[in-house]
Every structure is written in C-alpha cells, then in structure tokens.
Design a protein around this ligand. Structure first.
Ligand SMILES: Nc1ncnc2c1ncn2[C@@H]1O[C@H](COP(=O)(O)OP(=O)(O)OP(=O)(O)O)[C@@H](O)[C@H]1O
Ligand SMILES: [Mg+2]
Length: 181
C-alpha cells in the first residue's frame, strides 16, 4: 500500500466528516450536536492548535495564531486515519484530501453573522474581514478546490431549526455510510 492510499476512505468503516465555514457560522455548535447524535469523536482544530502549541506564534494584526500546518497534520494523522471523527476548522485546504468522506460548509446570512460576531466582542476590523470572507464564499471555494465536489455540501446555518435539521441530516448520512460498509 502506498503512502497516498494509507487511511483512504475505502478502508474506513466509520466516516470522517469535516465541518468548515467562516468564523461564527456555527461549526462548534453543530459539531457538538452531531457528535452526540452519531457517537463520532469531536475534534476542534482551533482549540487543539492552542492547547498543543501547533503554531508559529500569534499574529497581533489579525488577532489569530499562525498555523504550523505540518504540526497540525502530524498531530491528527493517527486518530483521523482510523475514521470516526467530526473535525471542525475555519479553513479546509491544509488537510489531506483522503481524510474526509464528507465536507460540510456552513453558510450564514451577512446580517445574522454580523450580529453573532459583534456579540463576541470582535473588533470592527475582524468583523469586516469575516463578513467579507462569507460574502465572497472564500471557504466554499476553498472546499471545492481541495476536495471532490461530490463530497462537498453547503448547509445554511441561520436559525436553530437549521442547526437541528443539519444535525439530523448528518446522523442519517452516517447511518447510511455504515450500512453500505
Ligand atoms: N444555526 C444557528 N442558529 C442560530 N444561532 C447559531 C447557529 N449556529 C450557531 N449559532 C450561535 O452563533 C454563535 C457562533 O457559533 P459557533 O461558536 O458554533 O461558531 P463557529 O463556526 O464554531 O465559530 P469559530 O470559527 O470562531 O469557532 C454561538 O453563539 C451559537 O450559539
Ligand atoms: Mg468553533
């Protein structure tokens, strides 16, 4: 087996799901709910980066950590290649394509997202940056460029009802994945 095939989707009995999207679109909220519903293991990459120091320092201008991609991949490789994970991060082009069976991109209307980010006490600069990211569909484009388009799904995340229906869609999708194996 070549390195490329190691941990490939065809070998997994439990799927790996990536939940991505602009900050504030609801990744953590959905990932936690979906993890409870499916029993898949929840990994918050942003938290892991902070906890394990998988970065090259803090960028004061952008108020965020400068990721060390190699360290992030090394840290996650073993657990992810076994399958059975829900992984959450606000970016998606750093991970190997073979890791994921489903890539969900959360989308939120601008005014709703604006209010959520303002509530968090983000600076005007950081709010504008994130709203622009959402308007220009940056993460959706990144996902489409990084993964097979068949596994990339856009999900609306404006309301609590959206969140609940997204969680039950994930639950059904996981059941279906396991039945086919
Ligand atoms: N579908 C939704 N409907 C209404 N409110 C939501 C929804 N999803 C998330 N929220 C609320 O929006 C806020 C941001 O959600 P959350 O922290 O899950 O976003 P995130 O995408 O994980 O952000 P980050 O990238 O910064 O980690 C929270 O206060 C959460 O309760
Ligand atoms: Mg989060």
């Amino acid at each position: 087996m070549s390195d490329n095939e190691q941990g490939a989707s065809s070998e997994r009995t439990n799927p790996n799901i990536l939940i991505t999207g602009t900050p504030g679109t609801g990744k953590s909220t959905l990932a936690e709910l979906a993890s409870e519903a499916t029993g898949l293991y929840y990994i918050n990459v942003g938290e892991l980066v902070k906890e394990k120091g998988l970065h090259e320092g803090f960028d004061q201008e952008f108020q965020s950590y400068i990721l060390d991609d190699d360290k992030v991949i090394d840290e996650l490789e073993q657990v992810v290649s076994k399958g059975g994970n829900i992984i959450e991060f606000h970016s998606c082009d750093l991970f190997p394509e073979r890791w994921f069976d489903l890539v969900l991109v959360l989308r939120t209307d601008n005014t709703i997202l604006y209010n959520r980010l303002e509530k968090r006490g983000y600076s005007q600069k950081k709010i504008t940056e994130n709203i622009d990211c959402e308007i220009f569909q940056v993460i959706l484009e990144e996902a489409r460029e990084s993964y097979s388009n068949e596994i990339v799904v856009e999900l609306q995340s404006n309301t609590i009802q959206d969140m609940e229906s997204n969680a039950s869609r994930i639950e059904q999708w996981v059941d279906n994945f396991k039945t086919k194996k």
